[in-house]
Design a protein. Structure first.
Length: 114
């Protein structure tokens, strides 16, 4: 299953990588900033963009975790509803709805095999 949130996270990771690489390369060469005073402001902008990208990735990660928990909870609730509908609460034995469903499926299988 291809999830749109996963694609967003991958895109954000790819867009954040060049900014962190440029900032690291310029930080390692401080003599360049003395000859180019605009480099410091460029680094500040790149660092801000990097921080913004990381914050966005964190937000998307939290949304992804919420989405996964919601799907897991939905599956649990569906299973619980099905169990309550098909089994007796007190005895935990199959009820007449489950018996009727099993009988119908068995009859259909017999009719198809003939």
């Amino acid at each position: 299953m291809d999830n749109p949130l996963k694609k967003i996270i991958q895109t954000m990771l790819l867009t954040a990588m060049p900014f962190t690489g440029q900032a690291t390369a310029a930080t390692l060469a401080p003599e360049t900033s003395a000859t180019n005073p605009g480099l410091f402001s460029q680094l500040a902008v790149e660092a801000g963009i990097t921080i913004l990208a990381l914050a966005c990735m964190l937000l998307v990660h939290q949304l992804w975790r919420f989405y996964q928990r919601a799907q897991r909870r939905e599956a649990e609730v569906r299973q619980q509803i099905w169990r309550q509908a098909n089994y007796d609460y007190l005895t935990q034995l199959p009820n007449r709805y489950l018996l009727q469903d099993c009988l119908e499926k068995s009859i259909q299988e017999c009719q198809q095999s003939q």
